[in-house]
Write a protein that binds this ligand. Structure first.
Ligand code: NAG
Ligand code: NAG
Ligand code: NAG
Ligand code: NAG
Ligand code: NAG
Ligand code: NAG
Ligand code: NAG
Length: 435
């Protein structure tokens, strides 16, 4: 009896670890840039800039080591906490390894303004390059001065170089222009470098280019228009991390199949409450993790639109369900200290509403919109790692169930310490009676 009491929590603990490990691995996808002081797009390469305090010296490894001192970049003093060593750059949202170099978060010191091309050029959307203005007459849009809106609402023309730091270049490969009824719209450039038009607001991923539009008198007029990044399709990568993740999932599935068979073959465990609960738990994990492994190893491009939105919702259903079975088991574990033992019939009575809740949840998520786009089946057939949807739709329900289990386990432990003799004896007696 004691063995059974101890083994069940142990299995549960193992199950928790198994469950949480892949989730932690997944979560790391989101935290790539957190050890850097700001977003990559706000940084510039300051290699070769002068350290501010000369007594530290430039040293002979100035490219490899950040010295704990300030740098001077375009007449600005950059404090050391805004400088970091990067061994990559980000192009089109993808990390490209590069030699180690120093980058500084200059946009935190002074607002940045972004132009696609240098003076005298405009960005050609069809050729995806900067093209020179064809005639000198055209070239009257000057990057030197821009109209900005101050925080108090007044509009001023300022010298770009004194008010802003000027970034030149396109933040991504695929840019688009936002128009209304095929006409350009009027954007407001704020003094902090953010541009806004109605509910569109960009502070980083845009660049200004000159665009030509004929006005009412059929005269051709150039005006500044921002280009915004078209969201990229996430590239499908099957690297070491994905394989590790998939192999972990498959190992878990194999372990769960073994546990399931042990419970199926072991007749005296088969029909107890724990037996039924653990069997349904292992089934959920086997199905859920197999689906996850399938999603990890399959290129979304090769999946039908239907499979791409339905497989993740089934995986979500089984993952959430497995966690709720765990908290249900710990609830039952707690109940058993009061001499209440749930029979396996009771299990199905409580299990059914849990299934309904989990199914409703995954059904809801399947049809839910996140940032105006469906949660599943956009471009990747799982939660999009570039936003927080996975936290909302997967981690929060799981966290809730962990809180439930945690509370019941702590209550059980308290109970166990309170009356180790009488209660446990009663418990054992009741379990034997139940048998
Ligand atoms: C950073 O700037 C240095 C000096 O201008 C240059 O040699 C190096 O290639 C740059 N690194 C990157 C990644 O742009
Ligand atoms: C580089 O550093 C080493 C060790 O600190 C020193 O011996 C050497 O003279 C330095 N070289 C130059 C070019 O500064
Ligand atoms: C300079 O870098 C080299 C290799 O990157 C390293 O062996 C050496 O110790 C570094 N010197 C100093 C003074 O940091
Ligand atoms: C770097 O600077 C910070 C404060 O500016 C200081 O606390 C720290 O000790 C310094 N580290 C080194 C290695 O000089
Ligand atoms: C785009 O490229 C084509 C061919 O290279 C060229 O004829 C055309 O003028 C270019 N368009 C612009 C806007 O530069
Ligand atoms: C807004 O502030 C600027 C300077 O800070 C000032 O010149 C301007 O008159 C102010 N406008 C209004 C409407 O208060
Ligand atoms: C810049 O200012 C605008 C208007 O005051 C504001 O809506 C926006 O959030 C600000 N952007 C940043 C990055 O602070």
């Amino acid at each position: 009896m004691w063995a059974n009491l101890l083994v069940s929590p142990l299995i549960l603990l193992l199950a928790f670890m198994h469950n949480l490990f892949p989730l932690v691995v997944l979560a790391q996808n989101n935290q790539v840039t957190s050890k850097y002081p700001c977003a990559f797009i706000d940084t510039v390469n300051i290699t070769g800039s002068y350290p501010h305090e000369h007594e530290y010296g430039i040293g002979n490894n100035s490219t490899a080591q950040p010295y704990n001192n300030s740098y001077i970049y375009q007449w600005m003093i950059i404090p050391p906490e805004l400088v970091a060593v990067y061994d990559f750059i980000i192009e089109n949202g993808v990390r490209v390894p590069k030699e180690r170099h120093l980058r500084a978060c200059v946009c935190k010191l002074k607002p940045c303004i972004r132009f696609c091309c240098s003076q005298g050029f405009f960005y050609s959307l069809e050729n995806k390059t900067c093209s020179a203005f064809s005639s000198i007459l055209d070239n009257f849009l000057d990057q030197e001065f821009m109209k900005i809106q101050l925080t108090n609402g007044s509009i001023e023309t300022v010298s770009t170089a004194t008010h802003f730091l000027v970034h030149r270049g396109t933040p991504c490969e695929h840019m688009r222009i936002i128009t209304k009824d095929n006409r350009y719209v009027h954007w407001t450039l704020y003094e902090n470098g953010t541009i806004a038009y109605k509910n569109h607001l960009f502070s980083k991923h845009y660049c200004f280019s000159a665009f030509r539009e004929s006005n009412k008198g059929n005269e051709i007029e150039w005006q500044w228009q921002p280009l915004a990044c078209v969201p990229e399709r996430l590239p499908f990568i099957l690297g070491v991390r994905e394989w590790t993740y998939a192999i972990c999932l498959i190992i878990t599935v194999i372990c769960m199949i073994i546990i399931l068979f042990v419970y199926l073959l072991c007749t005296d465990l088969r029909n107890t409450f724990y037996g039924v609960a653990i069997k349904s738990y292992t089934l959920c994990i086997i199905i859920g993790y197999s689906l996850l492994a399938h999603l990890t190893l399959t290129n979304p491009a090769n999946m039908s639109k239907y499979a791409c939105s339905k497989i993740p919702s089934f995986a979500l259903l089984y993952l959430v369900l497995s966690f709720y079975i765990l908290s249900f088991i710990s609830f039952n574990f707690y109940l058993s200290f009061f001499g209440i033992t749930l029979s396996n019939l009771m299990f199905w009575f409580i299990f059914f509403p849990i299934v309904v809740v989990a199914a409703c949840w995954s059904f809801f998520v399947t049809f839910e919109l996140y940032n105006n786009r469906p949660v599943f089946g956009n471009e990747i057939c799982w939660f999009d790692p570039r936003n927080w949807s996975i936290v909302m739709y997967l981690y929060i329900p799981i966290l809730l169930s962990c809180v439930f289990s945690g509370v019941f386990y702590i209550l059980s432990l308290v109970k166990l310490n309170d009356g180790p003799d009488g209660d446990v004896n009663k418990l054992i007696a009741s379990i034997s009676r139940n048998r």
